[in-house]
Design a protein around this ligand. Structure first.
Ligand code: ADP
Ligand code: MG
Length: 387
């Protein structure tokens, strides 16, 4: 399958640039199993890679020029000079791959130019990290072609810097690390403070389980401002509690911490979410490592309640997915990603997939919402060279 995809992308590269690419690489989107809004609090996250990937055919250039083309965007080839790349100067999709070249060169790596053609099956803007897939596939290709010798986590850091500084989006480190470092049949337990990571067995199919991703296809307009407010509120909580980050508030000292926040009601709610969410990630890790995959269901559902009631970033569409899935026999369900739209995940017995999917469709029709797109997510490999 991936051979056919690589062949098609290489073929198109040749049409665009007049020669075969030196190689073809793939990097996946991701879904976060648990650990939401913990990454900018130095906490724990647990993403796994989707089967959906960004694929890049790439050749080196030595003349300081990068040429960029995407199969999925209208328009032709963009040509940019490396020495004139300027942070936050580009509002088009090209900022993601160009930002990676910028970040590599800023870090002193000898990247002298490239011809790049991209094609992606990661749905864009669905909270499944199409942007990180795009960055990581370009970073991995350049790492190989220019023999930079960088490890996955190092590529992830450079890609995050590309997105933070060059694109101008204040994202954490999870998405890029997931795309670069995940392994098939596993979720990635990542400590966002020191970037230490552990592969946790998460082989759903072997246990007769499925994980559905339900993309509500909505994105409520105020989401970016709300993200900033939550982030600022968490920083205020850490400052009031005298810690570097909310990660430093131990779960068994939560009640004490909350009482010390006095009448800061909003900050209390944010702190409670972050501290309990970090604890849920650790519980999920222990359950998965001891073979208790089904038992993680209630923790996913508790995570949703915490995001809805304490962090207040859910929306009617996400709540409807979760409530309907649970009422139709799901083991657990939660919104995933930034909130105010995007996707929810549902953990279920394989035998219940059709019942749950149909129930969600019916509920959306009844509520007058646009139909969601539902697919099964198999924990898949991270970034890799295809040819
Ligand atoms: P997410 O990462 O959750 O999908 P983002 O807003 O972070 O959402 O990134 C989406 C952006 O990434 C798109 O608006 C587009 O600029 C870029 N992008 C994603 N996939 C592609 C693609 N196949 N070709 C070109 N640009 C893409
Ligand atoms: Mg993104």
């Amino acid at each position: 399958m991936s051979e056919a995809v690589a062949g098609a992308v290489a073929e198109r590269f040749k049409e665009l640039y007049g020669a075969d690419p030196e190689g073809v690489w793939a990097a996946p989107g991701r879904v976060n199993l648990i650990g939401e809004h913990t990454d900018y609090n130095d906490g724990f996250v647990m993403p796994f890679a989707l089967p959906h990937t960004a694929v890049a055919a790439v050749s080196r250039r030595e003349d300081g020029v990068v040429r960029l083309h995407s199969q999925d965007v209208e328009g032709g080839v963009s040509e940019l000079r490396l020495d004139s790349l300027t942070p936050e100067s580009d509002t088009a999709w090209t900022a993601y791959p160009a930002g990676v070249l910028w970040a590599l060169r800023e870090a002193g790596h000898p990247v002298t130019g490239a011809d790049i053609h991209l094609a992606s099956t990661v749905p864009a803007g669905a909270g499944l990290s199409s942007s990180a897939a795009l960055e990581v596939v370009v970073a991995l290709a350049l790492n190989d072609l220019f023999s930079l010798g960088l490890r996955g986590w190092q590529l992830a850091r450079l890609c995050q810097r590309a997105e933070n500084v060059y694109v101008g989006a204040p994202v954490g480190i999870m998405d890029q690390t997931a795309s670069a470092c995940c392994e098939a049949g596993h979720a990635l337990f990542l400590d966002t403070r020191d970037l230490s990571q552990r592969q946790i067995p998460f082989d759903l199919a072997a246990e007769g389980l499925r994980l559905l991703v339900v993309d509500t296809q909505v994105k409520h307009a105020h989401s970016e401002g709300e993200y900033g407010k939550r982030r600022a509120g968490c920083e205020k909580g850490a400052a009031l509690l005298g810690v570097d980050a909310l990660r430093d508030v131990p779960y068994d000292e939560l009640d004490d911490a909350l009482s010390r926040l006095g009448d800061e009601e909003e900050v209390r709610r944010l702190v409670r979410h972050v501290v309990t969410e970090n604890h849920r990630v650790e519980q999920v890790v222990s359950l998965l490592e001891s073979g208790g995959t089904r038992a993680i269901g209630p923790l996913l559902t508790e995570g949703h309640a915490s995001l809805r009631d304490d962090f207040r970033i859910s929306c009617p569409e996400l709540d409807l997915v979760v409530d309907t899935a649970l009422a139709s026999g799901a083991l657990g369900a939660r919104m995933t990603g930034g909130g105010f739209g995007g996707s929810a995940i549902v953990l279920t017995e394989a035998t219940e997939v059709d019942t749950i999917t149909t129930a969600i469709e019916k509920a959306f029709t009844t509520a007058g919402f646009t139909q969601p797109r539902t697919f099964e997510a198999t924990p898949s490999p991270g970034a890799r060279r295809l040819r």
